[in-house]
Ligand binder design. Structure first.
Ligand code: FES
Ligand code: FE2
Length: 441
């Protein structure tokens, strides 16, 4: 089969074929061509702060242990015993210098090297042979705490891969004390739909006022001034927010221009949450003139920065998409907290984080469920096999609507589907390009 003609027929300028969401064979190819080819988000450094810390996750479908080895080096080991294939580590996270496979007791150092096997006199082989070490992701790098891995030795550097998306990531981090956040626990959701449905929605400004009506009503209850996502009411394309396409599948929904550029403006927009008033009062009484900045840090940053294929940095969250099957996906919303080593906030970091946690509970519980319901309904709708096309042509063909900026990125009004047309082009390019996958041992 000529894969380029095959995929040419599935991805057009204005539409994609239903089978890219439903066909198990295409899903299987994605695990190599997408998740095996690009830099995939794995973890945040703050989840494994010390040497020997680890967590278990997946790279596509591959189970991996992301860790700092005994020497501090970041690694992503395949969580797959070289003996008969069992997952070596079964815990979500912890600290260990070695891992012993529970099946027959083979033991590995956290560098991936085989340490030993029980009763070796029963073997005639040389266990010093590298083939008995755990396989590992050949390239693991961090961008300001975000740890990515790629199996593809031909992939560009991580910085080049992120490209223009680095600027909003930098801005998202730099507003915090010390220019960093730490990742905390998560809201863990799962939906019965293809992983791309979540990515297609990540910069979608068209659905908000319809899909999230009850959330908007709740956030704005009894208020004259707009709270939360109220700038989506009316005609979102007339608001100053915009959508931007960065290249390599990454995109950005920037809602910051809707908010006045002054300390305290973000906080004033934050929807009501239980208990926030008493913390806000404490922060105001303690910090006086400096309170506005601290309260803004407790409020959600109005951005969605989407890093293809599996990471979205939005509000104060990190959302991670992980495929389970062609029609099932994990969607995990990690909370983030500020750390104030220099005491810029005069001891108020805990109070900021207490409010921040409330604001971070809000969207996964009251908004993501709306989105997940849509993803499941799309998956069900796409079972109508004779009705072949999914349209993404909003904005296409309207002169002047999509602008190319001097840096080559594309900018359009908030409800435009240009971001999806572009990431689908990138998807098609990757599906017809073979990665150079080399495992290290
Ligand atoms: Fe791991 Fe046998 S499968 S020791
Ligand atoms: Fe949504």
């Amino acid at each position: 089969m000529n894969t380029s003609i095959f995929f040419e027929n599935l991805v057009h300028e204005d539409r994609v074929h239903r089978t890219i969401y439903t066909d198990p064979m295409i899903f299987e190819l994605e695990m190599t061509h997408i998740f095996g080819q690009v830099w995939v988000y794995l973890a945040h450094e703050s989840q494994i702060p010390r040497n020997d810390d680890y967590l278990t996750t997946k790279l596509g479908l591959r189970p991996v242990i992301v860790l700092r080895d005994a020497h501090g080096k970041l690694r992503a080991l395949f969580n797959r015993c070289t003996h008969r294939g069992a997952r070596v580590c079964r815990d979500a996270r912890g600290s260990a210098s070695t891992f012993q496979c529970p099946y027959h007791g083979w033991t590995y150092f956290n560098t991936g090297k085989l340490r030993g096997v029980p009763w070796p006199e029963g073997y005639a082989c040389d266990f010093k042979d590298n083939k008995f070490n755990l396989a590992q992701v050949p390239r693991v790098e961090s961008y300001r705490g975000f740890v990515f891995g790629t199996l593809n030795t031909d992939a560009p550097s991580l910085e080049d891969y992120l490209g223009a998306a680095r600027q909003p990531i930098d801005q998202w981090l730099d507003r915090n004390p010390g220019g960093r956040v730490v990742v905390r626990e998560a809201n863990r959701l799962k939906f019965k739909g293809n992983w791309k449905l979540a990515y297609d929605n990540a910069a979608d400004g068209y659905h908000v006022v319809f899909s999230h009506r009850s959330l908007l009503d709740m956030e704005n209850r009894g208020k004259e001034d707009g709270k939360g996502m109220s700038f989506y009411m009316g005609k979102p394309d007339e608001a100053p927010m915009y959508v931007q396409y960065f290249g390599r599948g990454h995109h950005f929904k920037d809602k910051r221009p809707n908010v006045e550029q002054r300390p305290g403006a973000l906080w004033e927009m934050e929807g009501l949450q239980p208990g926030m008033e008493s913390y806000a009062r404490l922060i105001r009484e303690t910090l006086k003139g400096k309170a506005a900045r601290a309260l803004d840090l407790a409020a959600s940053e109005p951005v969605n920065i989407n890093i293809f294929p599996n990471l979205s940095i939005l509000g104060n969250h990190i959302q991670v998409f992980q495929p389970i099957a062609v029609d099932e996906t994990d969607s995990t919303w990690f909370a983030t907290a500020i750390v104030d080593d220099e005491n810029e906030l005069d001891g108020m970091a805990d109070a900021v984080n207490a409010i921040r946690m409330r604001t971070q509970e809000s969207f996964p519980n009251f908004g993501e469920v709306d989105d997940a319901a849509n993803f499941e309904e799309i998956q069900k709708g796409l079972a109508a096999c004779e009705d072949e096309w999914v349209y993404m042509h909003r904005g296409l063909g309207i002169e002047g609507r999509v602008q190319q900026l001097p840096d080559g990125t594309l900018k359009a009004p908030a409800t435009d589907e240009v971001f999806m047309r572009e990431h689908m082009k990138e998807w098609k390019r990757l599906m017809t390009t073979r990665p150079n996958i080399v495992l290290h041992r």
